[in-house]
Design a protein around this ligand. Sequence first.
Ligand SMILES: Cc1cc2nc3c(=O)[nH]c(=O)nc-3n(C[C@H](O)[C@H](O)[C@H](O)COP(=O)(O)O)c2cc1C
Length: 213
Amino acid sequence: MENLHDKRKVYDKSQLVESEIKQNPLEQFRDWFLEASENPDIYEANAMAISTVEGDGCPRTRMVLLKAYTYEGFIFYTNYDSKKGKAIEKNHKACLHFFWPNLERQIIIKANLEKIAENLSDGYFHSRPKGSQLGAFVSPQSQIIPNREYLEEKLKELEKEFENREVPRPENWGGYIAKPYEIEFWQGRPNRLHDRIVYTLNDLDWEISRLAP
Ligand SMILES: Cc1cc2nc3c(=O)[nH]c(=O)nc-3n(C[C@H](O)[C@H](O)[C@H](O)COP(=O)(O)O)c2cc1C
């Protein structure tokens, strides 16, 4: 096995100090997100991990794509009958995580999840390429399937069926909004003395604290 003991980087690209941060974490998110999206070395700045808690009490983490963010929260799209969909039905709390190594930054967001309005899911669904629309139809996400051909056959059938028709959004596919109540911004610093600034929602106000690294 490879020895990883000496694999470590010096983090010295930036800093996160109280005098320079935004008072609202969604504005701070926007600043960091724009920097990440404009960085040519970051492949998909909007890829984020989302952890939900399953029935057995164990968190389960997977990547999804952030498709919008507002002062209210963070929106992504998925299959409502997937493992994550079922977990969210039982426990609407989730944790989102962004890591942009080139910027030496991570963001950890604790949030309550809600389905977005159906007309918003319709709007996004119809803005996707037809292949992705059909893919959402074809895939019973998170269920066991017999083999790959099962998907490919189903896709061929649907391609014929919808050749000259608009693909309707499957009822079990749509968006969630993650409404945050805690957001931590982490900036790597030298000597492992990283900056950690956490915003916590208290009634309608965001309180700002610094955490030890
Ligand atoms: C970079 C990346 C982006 C992804 N984006 C999405 C997405 O936006 N929505 C989605 O349902 N799955 C997305 N996936 C697939 C999920 O990680 C996951 O496999 C799928 O949603 C099923 O998860 P579940 O069984 O835990 O519910 C993405 C995977 C990767 C690696």
